[in-house]
Design a protein around this ligand. Structure first.
Ligand SMILES: [Fe+2]
Length: 292
């Protein structure tokens, strides 16, 4: 069976669904699940954006696509329906850039660990600490990042996962990554020591994360192999990394990963066609129709 993993989306939901549809079509495979590693950019309205999300969306219009998903035009809804029909819903865990209160309210209202966030049910949020059976794998989810304050790892969820036995989980999906995986441009060490301890305790055979917006892995932690995904659509311009500009808003190589559960094999997707998923206003319905 096959699971596609998608890096930080930051609102570009049409790019995410389009990449999953093309991955399935170009590789001639059937995806059994699509998992997004957080920073989907799930806010109920632009007024609820945090400061960084507001700044980036101003310069990158595709990052407003999440709001179009919540209140779609007929053409937008047709694209979402078509993608959903081909690849199924995209499950996502919390990143640090989501409206956490809004998501918590959806779970509370539904009384469920997995809740659709949009009217079409294309994106479904998975509560931190959940373990789901997907494509024959026991997949554990822990969102957010290790930092003091509102974005900090959910302590109850963390304790719950630490209470499982080693080997109870096959795949661990987190937003933050293991401690020491990389350094930022100032030289600060990146990653979470708590997540490192969780990986060492659970010993899943696979760990997949996002947050740092670059490819990182494979890294070995005991019997676990860990991978971090690139941001799905890099910004049009970057103050920190001028080489990393993306004026045409193309999907980035290494922002999608493919797990073949039978082969026990995870690979980054670097195929040229990824760059065909692009634009400020991607025509998802057109992309889906072209793959039929
Ligand atoms: Fe992010």
């Amino acid at each position: 069976m096959k699971i596609a993993f998608v890096g930080d989306v930051h609102g570009c939901v049409r790019h995410a669904l389009g990449a999953a549809v093309l991955l399935q079509e170009r590789r001639g495979i059937r995806l059994d699940a699509v998992i997004q590693v957080g920073d989907l950019g799930a806010y109920p309205s632009p007024e609820r954006f945090d400061g960084a999300s507001r700044r980036f969306a101003r310069d990158n219009p595709a990052q407003d696509d999440f709001f179009r998903l919540l209140d779609p035009s007929p053409r937008f809804a047709e694209g979402v329906r078509g993608a959903l029909g081909q690849v199924g819903p995209m499950l996502f865990v919390s990143g640090n850039h989501e409206d956490h209160d809004w998501l918590a309210g959806l779970h509370e209202a539904a009384g469920a660990d997995v809740v659709p966030v949009d009217p079409g049910g294309a994106c479904r949020h998975v509560a931190c600490g959940s373990v789901l059976a997907l494509a024959g794998q026991r997949v554990a989810f822990l969102g957010l990042i290790e930092v003091a304050g509102k974005m900090d790892l959910d302590e109850r969820a963390y304790t719950r996962l630490m209470g499982l036995e080693p080997g109870d989980v096959d795949v661990l999906v987190t937003h933050d990554g293991p401690y020491g995986m990389s350094r930022d441009w100032r030289g600060n060490v990146q990653g979470s020591a708590k997540l490192s301890r969780l990986i060492e305790h659970l010993q899943p055979w696979l760990h997949v994360s996002g947050h740092y917006h670059h490819v990182n892995g494979p890294r070995r932690y005991g019997r676990t192999t860990s991978y971090a995904l690139h941001q799905l659509v890099r910004p049009k311009a970057s103050r920190w990394d001028p080489a990393s500009v993306n004026p045409e808003q193309r999907v980035t190589a290494g922002s999608v990963g493919l797990l073949d559960t039978d082969a026990g094999d995870f690979t980054y997707v670097h195929d040229d066609w990824l760059a065909d998923v692009r634009g400020d206003a991607l025509d998802l319905a057109g992309l889906v129709a072209a793959t039929r």
